[in-house]
Design a protein around this ligand. Structure first.
Ligand code: F6P
Length: 327
């Protein structure tokens, strides 16, 4: 018979995302509600290896719901990729009598959780926390909504100066392997074009859109570029355009890590609260090796394998709409 869960650990791992604190709060408070002992594991998997673990109670997570970043801190641990590292991590869990884990992070973090859970037969539930929105099994990951709102706020500001000087701006946004931030923010900010990792011939598409813009006398010329696009970095793309359109004055803005900061949006706070409670209730019901997500407003548990490995196709409809409206 499986041991009844009495004590859980929670950690945040990988790139921080707005809403992680709201999820930590939800896990700790739901744990307290169900009379579980809850331990905060600091600095992700690295903290687990280094025994950076403290017990948390309902009050220790006050005033964090509205804060960006993660109070538990985060890391991308190389040591946890090794068997020896994971062994140390497991020994520390045993020292604190921690029976189960909640991992808040992106695909790399859930992959680590999956291996750990299999090696030590440890119940683990994941919460999708990444601004990239690239996990299968949830409509939105924590941080994506906030990040895209930050991006459109920045693009609105760039538009003011672009319009004043009739300049062409390339705005690079995050998304290591995926174009979700780029596509959504391009549509929401009325960009002329968007360069996505998922597209086959983005340079020709870009030239076509620029030609169309010229023919239609568009004064707003903003192009959103996903950092993970397959062509090259944004400065290189701007150089290609300069060569072909020497009369256009091109500028590049890299938004970078400011996209990861700031107070989480209402959507991210609510999502984090729902998923935090779902993770605790899921563990108590005996679930493990699954990610809690929200699909069509319903909590869904997806196996780690599917969440990590299944590709989410680009929303072609959003791309189509974006092209129609950038005429
Ligand atoms: O995975 C989230 C993310 O912000 C990606 O969009 C980006 O490529 C990466 O993290 C940057 O990671 P780091 O902060 O470690 O440089």
């Amino acid at each position: 018979m499986k041991k009844q869960i009495q004590s859980i650990g929670v950690l945040t791992s990988g790139g921080d995302a707005p809403g992680m604190n709201a999820a930590i709060r939800a896990v700790v408070r739901a744990g307290a509600y169900y009379n579980l002992k809850v331990f905060g594991i600091y600095e992700g998997y690295q903290g687990l290896i280094e025994n950076n673990i403290k017990e948390l109670d309902a009050r220790s997570v006050k005033n964090i719901l509205n804060r960006g970043g993660t109070v538990l801190k985060s890391s991308r641990s190389e040591e946890f990729r090794t068997e020896a590292g994971r062994k140390k991590a497991h020994q520390n869990l045993q020292k604190h009598n921690i029976d189960a884990l909640v991992i808040i992070g992106g695909d790399g973090s859930l992959t680590g959780g999956h291996i750990f859970s299999q090696e030590f037969d440890l119940p683990i539930i994941g919460i999708p926390g990444t601004i990239d929105n690239d996990l299968y099994g949830t409509d939105y990951t924590l941080g994506f909504d906030t990040a895209t709102n930050v991006v459109i706020d920045c693009i609105d500001k760039i538009r003011d100066t672009a319009e004043s000087h009739n300049r062409l701006f390339f705005v690079e946004v995050m998304g290591r392997d995926s174009g979700f931030i780029a596509l959504r923010s391009a549509l929401a900010s009325g960009a002329l074009d968007v360069v996505l990792p998922e597209e086959d011939s983005p340079m020709q598409d870009l030239f076509n859109e620029l030609d169309k813009g010229e023919a239609n006398q568009k004064t707003n010329k903003l192009v959103v570029v996903a950092e993970g696009n397959k062509m090259g970095d944004t400065f290189w793309i701007a150089d290609q355009v300069r060569d072909k359109y020497p009369h256009l004055e091109s500028k590049v803005t890299i938004l970078g890590h400011l996209q990861r900061g700031g107070s989480p949006s209402c959507l991210d706070r609510v999502l984090a609260s729902q998923l935090g409670v779902a993770a605790i209730e899921g563990l108590l019901e005996g679930k493990s090796k699954v990610m809690a997500g929200l699909i069509d407003n319903k909590i869904v548990f997806t196996s780690f394998e599917e969440a990590i490995n299944k590709k989410i196709p680009l929303n072609k409809e959003l791309l189509r709409i974006s092209k129609i409206l950038s005429i």
